[in-house]
Design a protein around this ligand. Structure first.
Ligand code: GLN
Length: 388
């Protein structure tokens, strides 16, 4: 038999998504892959039911249905502080996963370098490899997950084509301040680099932190490819609706990549989601309040159990310190946790470039009852998992 593609040899399947399968296998409360177990807003579901009886069953325009792009442009123009052209500056994609991949393929050539902060969301590693680029990792230092400016500049000196910015950040929960973004912006300008953002948690930010859209910084619109999705904002991760917003010349290229990758996102789902894109500010305030309650509830539970953890400023992930158990492999620890304690988590090593084996990631995008159940199980973690 001929050999299979070399490009896939250096990465595995997604450990995040593998942990969902392992959680299901053991009947664990699945706090691994980040998705809600509560319903999307009723208005979206009602509209989805209606849409099935309307004429939305064939392909939409490849770069997104007109109605969807217009509603999205209106919402994001308001938030990003500039008038976004629904006809020239948006591509609708199958989730932000495709948006990021398409953005990478839009800006990089094989051999190009791309700056990735570590810890990072798992997909960026594979995205970089699949597009033939080479990551330059720049560490974020706990507890605030700040970067060192000299280290960042040293990475820029290697002439990267792009920097990937996940803000608010998965898995560390960092919300980059304006000043930090300005440092990145100045370096991007000085070294003439694109910035690809992943802003899927744009609406999940805890007081007093504020989300700043990188593209809204002075001079940054021209070099920023903003990626995001509706998955987290409207609790519809299975609808796979994401998008790229960027200047017209970049979008022209991204459209081609997207067209040949997937043709387009699901037409009926785009139409139903327009309802969400038209929600007023109250919706986003309520979403923030809901996640703040979940974060506080979950952090309090973990504090009661007495396990050290990060405190997210945004997004819905917590890194737990499992050093006390003495496991060499965090992957093995997560399997034991799912099997013996009944809670699904993601090994921290999936997110770090550095050799980190003492952290696991849990998320709290779940009903309060689910979180209480997970906490009840975690209370017995020291009885159920023997120290090594
Ligand atoms: N962003 C979520 C996570 O990090 C899941 C994303 C996915 O699996 N596509 O867990």
């Amino acid at each position: 038999m001929p050999t299979l593609s070399k490009r896939t040899e250096s990465f595995t399947d997604s450990v995040i998504r593998r942990m969902t399968r392992i959680s299901n296998q053991y009947g664990a409360v699945n706090l691994s892959q980040g998705f809600p177990d509560f319903e999307p807003p009723r208005e979206l579901l009602d509209r989805l039911a209606q849409v099935t009886k309307e004429d939305f069953h064939q392909y939409s325009i490849t770069w997104g249905a007109q109605n969807f792009r217009e509603a999205l442009a209106q919402k994001q123009s308001r938030l990003m502080g500039r008038s976004i052209d629904p006809n020239g500056e948006i591509v609708v994609t199958c989730g932000s996963t495709e948006a990021m991949m398409a953005a990478m393929m839009t800006v990089t050539n094989p051999g190009d370098k791309v700056i990735v902060f570590s810890p990072f969301y798992e997909n960026y590693g594979a995205d970089t490899i699949l597009s033939g680029a080479e990551p330059i990792y720049v560490p974020l230092y706990p507890p605030e997950f700040n970067f060192n400016v000299d280290e960042l500049e040293a990475a820029f000196k290697q002439k990267p084509k792009a920097l990937i910015l996940c803000n608010p950040s998965n898995p560390c929960g960092k919300v980059f301040t304006y000043d930090e973004l300005k440092i990145i912006a100045d370096l991007a300008e000085k070294y003439d680099t694109f910035v690809i953002t992943d802003e899927v948690y744009e609406h999940i930010v805890y007081e007093p932190y504020k989300h700043t859209y990188f593209a809204s910084l002075p001079g940054m619109w021209e070099r920023t490819i903003s990626c995001s999705s509706l998955s987290k904002t409207y609790s519809i991760t299975g609808w796979r609706l994401g998008y790229i917003i960027a200047p017209k010349d970049i979008i022209e290229v991204a459209k081609k990549v997207h067209d040949f990758l997937t043709v387009g996102a699901a037409a009926p789902l785009q139409e139903a989601a327009v309802t969400g894109l038209r929600f007023g500010d109250d919706y986003y305030k309520a979403l923030q309040a809901k996640y703040t309650e979940k974060r506080d509830l979950f952090l309090k539970g973990l504090d009661d159990i007495g396990i050290e953890h990060t405190v997210p400023q945004g997004a819905y992930y917590i890194l737990l310190d499992i050093s006390e158990f003495g496991y060499k492999s965090d992957l093995e620890f997560c399997e034991v946790l799912a099997r013996d304690v009944g809670v699904g988590a993601v090994p921290g090593s999936s997110f770090f470039r550095e050799d980190v084996n003492h952290l696991i990631r849990l998320h709290f995008a779940k009903k309060n009852d689910t979180l209480y159940e997970a906490l009840n199980r975690l209370e017995h973690i020291r009885e159920k998992i023997a120290k090594r």
